[in-house]
Write a protein that binds this ligand. Structure first.
Ligand SMILES: [Zn+2]
Length: 323
């Protein structure tokens, strides 16, 4: 059982989505997808472990090196596996341009919360597991011709839940964007607000949106990128207020999980409910962009949204780099 399974089972039903309600589980590619070729049966003992991963959608066996090179998307059907915030960061920015902000900021246990395990022990475990201090990394970077304030959430840290640190880091990032007159891009993945911090988590919804309102007043662009899954308090705040809202293919996006909605409304839900494609058809999101086209697409959108603000020379240089 993975830590995420453990996490989803021990969470009370505040602001969270349960694993069974999400197509493919909380971690896309979990379950059958994580089956390694070498450990699938006892008969193939001479095949080294960890070389192949089975795709959760098309069942194709993918060489792990190819999977990494393809930014954790299936080389056969395009299925998007989970990816760490750091790996995503590397795929988006100009090499070596990331100036991280508030890297050491970590949560404190204001409520003295104890469930199955204490909140500090959970934090410690996930900090060790992911090498991150909390569920988001933020900083200023260069993407082609654009200087961008970039925030990337990491689902593998406590389900990408939004506590005071996630809210504060993003707010500072947005404020740095406003001060520096640069666009903000936030890549979200989250099960919602972090129940271990109670009301302090919920307050982050208003705080981040307040900072974005000042950023918008300054006529600066904000692009929100939704990845699997983006739900609950995060979807109900900064993730859904982008000037442009784009999503990765197949991402589950919503507030409550489909099973909760079905039980509450007692209605049959339409096929594809709460997927990126379903929401695209209904105008909730503006574009679906595969992970390995994300950098070029973001640069294109920023070109469009910042017309006249970047120097033509810089734009040409970026084009050269991309080709
Ligand atoms: Zn596949």
């Amino acid at each position: 059982m993975s830590d995420l399974d453990d996490f989803s089972k021990t969470l009370p039903k505040l602001e969270t989505v349960d694993a069974e309600a999400i197509p493919g589980g909380l971690e896309p590619g979990s379950g059958s997808a994580k089956l390694k070729f070498g450990e699938s049966t006892g008969r193939k003992k001479n095949i080294p472990k960890g070389l192949w991963t089975k795709c959760g959608k098309c069942s194709e066996l993918i060489f792990d090196k190819d999977l990494d090179e393809n930014l954790k998307t299936c080389t056969s059907c395009g299925y998007h596996f989970p990816i760490s915030a750091r790996a995503r960061l590397e795929s988006l920015i100009d090499d070596g341009s990331f100036k991280e902000m508030d890297a050491g900021m970590a949560s404190v246990d204001v409520l003295k919360f104890t469930g199955v395990a204490s909140y500090p022990s959970k934090l410690e475990r996930y900090q060790e597991k992911t090498g991150e201090s909390d569920a988001v990394i933020t900083g200023v970077c260069q993407m082609g011709p654009h200087k961008v304030a970039l925030g990337i959430m990491d689902f593998s840290f406590l389900g990408g839940s939004m506590g005071s640190v996630v809210g504060e880091k993003l707010t500072r990032l947005i404020e740095a964007g406003t001060k520096g007159k640069i666009p903000v891009v936030i890549i979200s993945t989250s099960g919602g607000a972090r129940m271990y911090e109670g009301m302090f988590s919920l307050m982050q919804m208003a705080k981040t949106c307040g900072a974005l309102a000042y950023h918008a007043d300054a006529k600066l662009p904000y692009i929100s990128v939704l990845t699997h899954p983006t739900t609950a308090g995060v979807m109900a705040s900064y993730a859904s207020v982008g000037d442009l809202i784009i999503a990765e293919p197949g991402a589950m996006i919503g507030f409550a999980g489909p099973r909760v909605i079905k039980d509450t409304t007692q209605a049959e839900l339409p096929p594809g409910f709460q997927t990126a494609e379903f929401l695209m058809d209904r105008g909730m999101i503006d574009a679906i962009v595969p992970r390995n086209e994300m950098r070029d697409s973001l640069i294109g959108y920023l070109d469009f949204l910042s017309t006249g603000k970047t120097k033509p020379k810089a734009r040409r240089a970026a084009k050269k780099k991309a080709s």
